[in-house]
Design a protein. Structure first.
Length: 327
């Protein structure tokens, strides 16, 4: 029987060890912290597209605003059966998002709803005397969602900017980000190469306070990791993609109120904002399902934006009388 030694029994090493063991290998697992292994075991053997609830939360954060836009679109076109199906799915998506206990995606959804509300009220979609009521209603809805959140979710919200010493606290991310900045300074143009972050980061890793010395394979910040692996221009390009999409969708949503695709554009705008916030705290572009979902949503938004603008211009254009005489 062949023997294999696996160094590090985290979310990657432990499932890999199990697969090797079931395949007939004699596996020896090595890790510096046995307490963390006990915490990993109950959650590591989820089988599905998302083995980590953080990535499921990012996926749902994109789906929720787009689903709201789809519901508005179906209601506007009086497709009531499909509207009912989407309406039934919205509470399930919201509950599932809360149960992921993912702080970054909650923040993304909050910013998405605030952005959608701002565009909706600043545009001519709401009468001037009702705009304040719409803003109050949205804020009340967000407070209601937070109030209905489970107690564990409230504790997670309180640690969004916490400087604790637990490995899941924001202090661990801040320490990684701070240690990775010299990597950009040393390789500003070409970076370390795609997928080489974990190998290069070991040389720059420092011990900050009482933070555990985990093996870091992802930086939990796609903007920063793109800049490290592929150079500063790649990081700026990723930021530029979100800024261009945001500007384009917001501008067209504000000028396309009378068009039938207005709810869809508004919902996609919220999805882009939610995902843009989520990738600041995680590595969602490295998760295939989330990357494909974002490209689908972004492509739909890019396609709808000029369509809504053209429709708006046609609505503004006066109709010319026909030269054909009635028979």
């Amino acid at each position: 029987m062949k023997s294999v030694c696996v160094l590090g029994l985290g979310y990657i090493g432990l499932p890999t060890s199990a697969i090797l063991a079931t395949s007939g290998f004699d596996v020896l697992g090595v890790d510096t912290n046995t307490a963390d292994i006990a915490q990993v075991i109950p959650r590591s053997f989820y089988i599905g597209t998302f083995t980590n609830p953080n990535h499921l939360g990012a996926f749902l954060a994109m789906v929720l605003p787009a689903s709201l836009g789809l519901a508005g679109y179906l209601a506007l076109h009086q497709q009531w059966r499909r509207f009912g199906v989407v309406l039934l799915c919205l509470p399930l998506i919201t509950i599932s998002l809360m149960e992921t206990l993912t702080r970054a995606t909650w923040m993304g959804v909050i910013f998405a709803f605030l952005t959608m509300t701002a565009v909706f009220t600043l545009a001519k979609a709401v009468p001037r005397d009702r705009k304040a009521q719409v803003v109050v209603a949205v804020l009340a809805g967000l407070l209601l969602i937070v109030g209905l959140a489970p107690a564990k979710a409230e504790q997670q919200l309180r640690t969004v900017i916490a400087q604790g010493d637990s490995p899941g606290a924001m202090a661990f991310r801040y320490a990684m980000w701070n240690d990775s900045l010299p990597m950009i300074r040393d390789r500003p143009a070409l970076g370390t190469g795609p997928g080489a972050f974990d190998l290069a980061f070991a040389r720059y890793r420092s011990t900050t306070g009482q933070l555990p010395a985990y093996y870091v394979d992802f930086l939990h910040n796609d903007y920063l990791q793109y800049a490290i692996e592929m150079g500063i221009l790649a990081g700026l390009a990723l930021v530029g993609v979100f800024l261009i999409l945001f500007s384009r969708l917001a501008r067209h949503a504000a000028t396309a109120v009378g068009c039938p695709d207005f709810p869809l554009v508004l919902g996609i705008l919220g999805s882009v904002v939610a995902f843009g916030v989520a990738v600041f705290y995680s590595f969602e572009f490295y998760i295939m399902a989330n990357g494909l979902m974002f490209r689908t949503v972004a492509g739909g938004g890019a396609r709808l934006a000029p369509t809504t603008l053209g429709a708006r211009e046609r609505l503004r254009r006066p109709q010319r009388p026909s030269s054909r005489q009635p028979s």
